[in-house]
Design a protein around this ligand. Structure first.
Ligand code: ADP
Ligand code: MG
Length: 738
């Protein structure tokens, strides 16, 4: 042991000497000078003192104040100075690969070293890390995976979790795991870093941990919304009532122009487009045309116009354009390359900044461009908080960002552009004021901004149930509900609508099939329809259908699978019947999860078993489905050969072709209840169950006494709308009775 200690001591001394030598060298001094100018430097001593005193410290500070590049470095430097260099091990997590890579490179160069010496990085499938690496930047996912095999993070002395304000799912998960770990590792230090001000939430989560705020300074930024931008372009606004019905169509036609345009041509395109879309009334179409970012949209023309305008002005400074993702950045870049001014490399340096770019291009965004050259960076929301480009004076903000959301058609999470929050918009604006007073152009009307959410919902709260469950299971984090109950903000495991359905099923003693239905609604559709075998697949599904209900078809498919699974033939069964084995398994595990939730809350007798398969009353289940899915109802209108469907909100609706009801030319019921509508050109219903008048009348609504009247009123509205006189009469009687 003594030999080992001696070795580590000697190694630590060497590290200290090396660090001192760098700090005293001319380049090292220059670097230190630069680092001292960052606001984070002023808090260095307070910070190190807090870290040696407390196990958890929270640091908040304006983006660009030096949190990511400086704070891990302060800790490393002070450990090395204290001759603990060879024994310290600091891990700093980043939500994105690109920031882990670019920050580690920056910190290594600030220390006069190569990447992989004392500073390294590790992201999935890639890394740069040596024997002497003491400060490791990695993605949050990498640390989570390490925790799986190394529960106590043996040897690690400091964990720094960066960008916690983003509230990504991995970060929220990591915090739960680390909170568990702290009592087991009393000497481990946890440092949380965040850009915005919700640090209170984190502080109280970690037992009132100390918050250190790094005050920042930004110059004022002048804000322009779309209406102001239009004034700059010289476009006239057309009031709402002067627009003809074909406005929208005309707009698209007019905006298709040849690529090479002069400024005046751009103005005329924008003007035409805006004439067609009403900018006084900000109709939904206007918002939609602004919301879509493709080369033919107004947004692209406005960006081109504004960029030309700024490049021709005398005010120096780089321009940062916030786009939604790699694809629209690329198409914008192409479009701008075709512009005589913006595509001229002797006047404009056009760069992209997004998660999947090469590191050589990454470095360019920090460089000062040559004399008389204007730097334009087209970025995703990476440039919002993770990456700071110093010389930005102008910001163009498209108002959208890609976030994981929910694809209802496939019941899978996906990345879609959606409106940002107010906090994000402010953050984007702030990027313009780092070196001098700046300008920010929000390419959407002020009223759209006013409608933005204050904060973005944490990912854990907006992610569909099944992907959360998968994540918990794949990380071996134990029981889903128990784990989530310890989160910073716990998601609701069961949508109220589905929860209600389970309760009523328990009351009517048909819990088993309803557990299957509710679980089925939370996973990817188990009935597969391969493109080339559509007919076969649909025929396979209709074997399970007897009574115009996709939900009951699922119950039968599941029960068949259960039997087959007992004989180890689950896969065969799925294969033969065009079912997804993965979904079946997910349903199986969700059923257990939901049942234990019901038991925990005492809503169901602890002895309730779910072995009443095959013995339930199908009519009763249908009624319970109706109760759960109401007011998702549509009316079946029969005509000579077939039928059409309509809902009160959408008018005519269609069935998803996979539905058993789509294969029936005559549904022998007047109503369909459904869980989900999807709008793709027309409105489609996914799974549906047919119900009778009396079922709708009795089960279409709540059972609680106080609500009955309200529900009846609503139901009455439906009935009047659909003009079903017989049932309307029944409804009238019922109301009088009550
Ligand atoms: P924060 O994490 O507080 O947002 P950072 O530590 O990322 O701040 O940035 C601090 C400063 O370092 C900023 O001025 C930024 O421009 C600069 N910086 C960061 N990375 C690089 C780099 N690769 N090259 C040059 N400057 C950089
Ligand atoms: Mg940072």
């Amino acid at each position: 042991k003594g030999v080992m200690e001696k070795h580590l001591w000697r190694r630590s001394m060497q590290l200290r000497d090396k660090q001192q030598a760098w700090q005293e060298s001319p380049e090292g001094r220059k670097m230190l000078e630069l680092r001292r100018s960052l606001p984070a430097y002023k808090e260095k001593d307070a910070l190190l003192a807090a870290i040696s005193r407390d196990q958890v410290v929270i640091i908040s500070g304006e983006t660009g104040c030096g949190k990511t590049t400086q704070i891990p470095q302060f800790i490393l430097e002070s450990e090395i100075e204290a001759v603990r260099g060879a024994v310290c091990s600091i891990i700093c997590t980043q939500p994105r690969r690109i920031s882990a890579m670019s920050v580690s490179e920056r910190v290594a160069s600030e220390r006069g070293e190569k990447l992989g010496d004392s500073v390294g990085y590790k992201v999935r499938l890639e890394g740069m890390k040596g024997r002497d690496t003491r400060l490791l930047f990695c993605t949050t996912g990498i640390l989570l995976r390490r925790l799986l095999v190394d529960r106590n993070l043996k040897g690690v002395t400091h964990v720094i979790v960066d960008e916690i304000h983003e509230r990504g799912m991995n970060e929220d998960f990591l915090l739960i795991v680390l909170k568990d770990l702290l009592p087991r590792r009393p000497e481990l230090r946890l440092i949380l870093m965040s850009a915005t001000l919700d640090s209170e939430l984190f502080s109280s989560y970690f037992g009132r941990a100390q918050i250190i705020h790094v005050p920042g300074f930004t110059y004022p930024v002048r804000t322009h919304f779309l209406e102001d931008v239009l004034e700059i372009t010289g476009c006239k606004l057309t009031p709402y009532n002067q627009i003809d019905d074909y406005g929208q169509e005309k707009m698209w036609k007019m905006s298709k122009h040849a690529p090479r345009k002069r400024k005046s041509q751009i103005v005329s395109v924008v003007e035409d487009a805006l004439k067609a879309a009403d900018f006084k009334g900000y109709s939904p179409q206007t918002r939609e045309s602004l919301a879509c970012w493709n080369p033919d949209s107004i947004g692209f023309y406005l960006i081109e116009y504004l960029l030309c305008n700024i490049c021709e002005s005398d005010k120096p400074g780089a321009i940062l354009v916030f786009m939604t993702g790699w694809d629209d950045i690329n198409s914008l870049k192409e479009k701008l390359h075709a512009n005589p001014l913006l595509g001229d490399p002797s006047r404009v340096l056009l760069l992209a900044c997004h998660g999947s770019m090469a590191s050589a291009e990454q470095r360019l965004i920090f460089d000062e461009p040559g004399d008389g050259v204007r730097k334009i960076v087209l970025a995703t929301n990476i440039a919002e908080t993770s990456i700071t480009i110093n010389d930005v004076v102008f910001v163009l903000d498209c108002g959208k960002a890609k976030e994981t959301s929910y694809d209802a058609l496939n019941n899978t999470p996906c990345l879609l552009p959606s409106w940002i929050s107010k906090v994000s918009a402010q953050q984007r604006r702030g990027r313009a004021g780092r070196v001098q007073p700046g300008e920010c152009y929000h390419l959407y009307p002020r009223c759209v901004y006013d409608a933005f959410a204050e904060y973005q919902l944490p990912e854990i709260l907006r992610t569909p149930l099944q992907s959360l469950c998968l994540q918990i299971k794949s990380l071996n984090l134990g029981s889903i509900s128990e784990f989530l109950s310890r989160a910073l903000q716990s998601p609701e495991l069961l949508a109220p609508k589905l929860g209600k359905m389970l309760l009523v099923a328990a009351i009517f003693n048909c819990l088993d099939p309803v557990l299957t239905i509710v679980s089925g609604l939370s996973v990817r559709d188990p009935f597969l329809t391969p493109f080339d075998k559509k007919d076969l697949a649909e025929a396979a599904k209709s074997q399970f259908s007897r009574d115009n209900s996709d939900h009951l078809a699922l119950v039968r498919a599941y029960e068949g699978w259960k039997v087959a699974e007992r004989d180890f033939a689950g896969y065969d069964y799925c294969w033969k019947n065009f079912l997804s084995a993965q979904s079946m398994k997910a349903i199986d595990s969700l059923r257990k999860e939901f049942l234990s939730l019901l038991r925990d809350t005492d809503l169901v007798d602890t002895n309730t078993t779910t072995h009443n398969a095959w013995s339930y009353d199908e009519h009763l289940v249908r009624a319970v489905i109706c109760y759960g899915l109401y007011p998702g109802i549509c009316s079946v209108v029969h005509n000579e050969k077939s039928f059409s469907l309509k809902t009160m909100e959408d008018g005519q609706v269609l069935l998803y072709s996979n539905s058993v009801n789509a294969r029936d030319s005559k549904i022998p019921y007047p109503w369909l209840v459904f869980n989900e509508k999807i709008k793709v050109n027309s409105v489609f219903l996914r799974d549906s169950t047919a119900v009778s008048d009396s079922v709708l009348l009795l089960f279409g609504g709540s059972f609680s006494k106080g609500h009955i009247d309200g529900h009846l009123k609503m139901l009455g509205g439906y009935l009047e709308f659909f003009m079903k006189p017989a049932i309307a009469e029944m409804y009238q009687c019922l109301k009088e009775e009550l």
